[in-house]
Design a protein around this ligand. Sequence first.
Ligand SMILES: Cc1cc2nc3c(=O)[nH]c(=O)nc-3n(C[C@H](O)[C@H](O)[C@H](O)COP(=O)(O)OP(=O)(O)OC[C@H]3O[C@@H](n4cnc5c(N)ncnc54)[C@H](O)[C@@H]3O)c2cc1C
Length: 436
Amino acid sequence: MRRRTVTNWGNYPIVEAAFTETSRQSEIAALIGGSDEITIRGNGRSYGDASLGDNILSTLRLNKFLDLDLEKGEIECESGVLFSDILDVIVPRGFFLPVTPGTKFITVGGAIGADVHGKNHHKEGGFASHVISFDLVDETGVVRRCSPNENAALFWQTCGGMGLTGLILRARFRLQPIETAFIDQNSIKSANIDAVMKQFADNSSSTYSVAWLDCTARGKSLGRSILQLGEHTKLADLPRQYSADPLRLPPKSGPSIPFNAPAFALNPLTIKSFNTLYFNRQLSERKTSIVHFDPFFYPLDGIRDWNRLYGRNGFVQYQFVLPLDKSEGVVEILEKISRSGEGSPLAVLKLFGKPHPNSFMSFPMEGFTLALDFKVNEKVFGLLDELDEIVMKNNGRIYLAKDARMKPNVFQRGYNDIVPSGRFTSAQAKRLRNTS
Ligand SMILES: Cc1cc2nc3c(=O)[nH]c(=O)nc-3n(C[C@H](O)[C@H](O)[C@H](O)COP(=O)(O)OP(=O)(O)OC[C@H]3O[C@@H](n4cnc5c(N)ncnc54)[C@H](O)[C@@H]3O)c2cc1C
């Protein structure tokens, strides 16, 4: 079997693995049945080690569209189909994804495996809430149809179950109708973390909300932010310059980072300068505009391979959520990050709504979630362990799709359970079960 070096989006950690990619169900069943352990991988857009292991089965060749029902607004496809390919098909026909993360380069299997959330979690919940059914191959090679009504326990264990229950072969999910490919965007500047948290509460009726937050600012400016709210633009409100093609797709390719940046490229000084420039780019307190969905939902996808900016050693993303009544813990964490000088130029704050009542290992709980990048260096892991203490003290949890270093006790405090161990595993599952 072919062995190769594999890494996910953070370029940390890097593993040597047997790597198989196939579109044939019989081959998948044989491979699963003939292996002691197997790790399922979508497009490797999780940041850490969730889809890394010794024996990786990639789903990227499971890339066929199976059905598009425009009457009902439903789509069915194989699990390796990318959101970017789905958007190409559905947007010109007047539909959008019900929930989408901050990159469109993920597979449908990865979206279900991590039960991904978007800027509309407070309204629409996670991706799993929109899944009608999927077919799952278990460790004996048997395929089961799972839905909220059929094999329901397995359905909910798989949504957010990080690939530990089996391999999703194909899935059917609901789409949402849109009149245009544009978004009414409202950007609101907030002087600090308290102000932006209040803005989230005041704007809870907005369909989409997300705040970009400067985690290097201190004192009275701690957590100064730009909150972006969004609604799908109605056809009647679209400016004339776009009206000839209201459901247009974005241009295909943007610039890319051609190689890993040198170690000095991102340091506390360059990060602070970037944040100051970004924050002062918007002069007025409020700004409204109509923007295409692509830069609104996927600003980072505009620069391909931007993960190389963090250099050869890679980076880790730290995303946690705290219950709403513990929101002051977010301030404590921000203070620590700001003092450390290690914070990234990309800190994103969202307010989650209530989780689905049946969710098992899904990340969201009602409260604020903050996501930040940290370049891997000798100081960072100690700092993140200290942040974990604050998360645990406040009954919060860390997002598995971003994690590469959490310790088992932090996981156990944050989550009620983990899928029972079996043939399906990952470097992350072994680390969190502490069995490697
Ligand atoms: C720039 C960027 C922004 C992001 N923003 C967000 C965000 O806003 N919200 C959010 O929730 N996430 C976000 N993410 C994380 C990303 O959406 C998730 O990690 C997603 O799971 C990646 O999908 P993938 O196809 O790349 O899967 P992988 O990363 O390869 O795998 C993710 C998990 O899903 C499992 N899996 C994959 N395919 C299958 C399958 N067919 N059957 C069973 N299990 C499977 C894997 O075993 C693994 O545990 C972001 C990532 C990036 C790089």
